[in-house]
Unconditional design. Structure first.
Length: 260
């Protein structure tokens, strides 16, 4: 685990200090980078993940640095458990006014391999939990008179990538959900945007999918040389959560090195 994934942030957003931020899937990869980044901005960070030991280590590390962080071992597809975790965070850290719907599973699958139960499971982790989390925190945001919801999208479906049709469908639907919620919640000054990563070099991606052929594809496809790293996505999340983006809503913010 690299606890320095929040390092290298070029900007300080003073308005994020003491805001309560909820991040799903925060124990590793992009989520870990965002947990570190928000904590080091002075926000009160709550995060959930299925990876209990990783989440506990990350929280302990950030607490030792003097930040305000709470972790809950939680399956976001368990609606009751996730709702209870959100309620606990609101009581201990304060009302959630920044929600980052990051948790997802891009497990590879084909049309023939997906039965009804598998379809429902993939939709639940990649789309449904984000909708339910928004429903849980929006009353807090309305009471506060402001809020921001950041939904994690994907360039995969934009490129018509094969290998994960239900994941692609979920991420395409996420973009639609962003647009609809932005319109519905805008009167309460609640902003909703989609943060769209390219191929991010997380430990999982490097271990499972990034071989020499993938590296060559990335080199050919990106306008910019180099790799998209988790902290690049975290930097955009900070911007979207802060007042620096106060008139940005219903939009896609793509961080992919210029691929799509």
């Amino acid at each position: 685990m690299n606890h320095e994934t929040g390092a290298g942030i070029p900007a300080v957003y003073t308005d994020l200090k003491n805001k309560t931020v909820l991040i799903s899937g925060g124990a590793s990869g992009i989520g870990e980078a965002m947990v570190c980044a928000f904590a080091r901005q002075g926000a009160k960070v709550a995060f959930v993940d299925m990876a209990k030991s990783q989440g506990e280590r990350l929280a302990a590390h950030l607490l030792a640095e003097g930040h305000t962080v709470e972790f809950a071992h939680c399956d976001v597809t368990d609606e009751t458990a996730y709702k209870e975790a959100i309620g606990h965070f609101a009581r201990t850290l304060g009302p959630v006014t920044v929600l980052v719907n990051n948790a997802a599973n891009d497990v590879r699958h084909t049309l023939d391999e997906v039965d009804s139960a598998t379809f429902d499971t993939l939709i639940s982790v990649n789309l449904k939990h984000a909708f339910l989390a928004a429903r849980a925190v929006v009353p807090m945001m309305k009471a506060a008179g402001e809020g921001t919801i950041i939904n994690l999208g994907s360039i995969g479906w934009m490129m018509a990538s094969s290998g994960y049709p239900v994941y692609a469908a979920s991420k395409a639907a996420t973009h639609g959900m962003t647009r609809a919620l932005a319109r519905e919640l805008g009167p309460w000054r609640i902003r909703v945007n989609t943060l769209v990563p390219g191929w991010v070099m997380t430990e999982k991606q490097l271990a499972l999918w990034v071989d020499d052929a993938a590296k060559a594809l990335i080199s050919r496809s990106q306008c910019l040389p180099g790799s998209v790293e988790p902290f690049h996505i975290a930097n955009m999340a900070l911007f979207l959560a802060s007042e620096a983006s106060s008139m940005c809503s219903a939009q896609n913010f793509i961080v992919d090195g210029g691929w799509v």
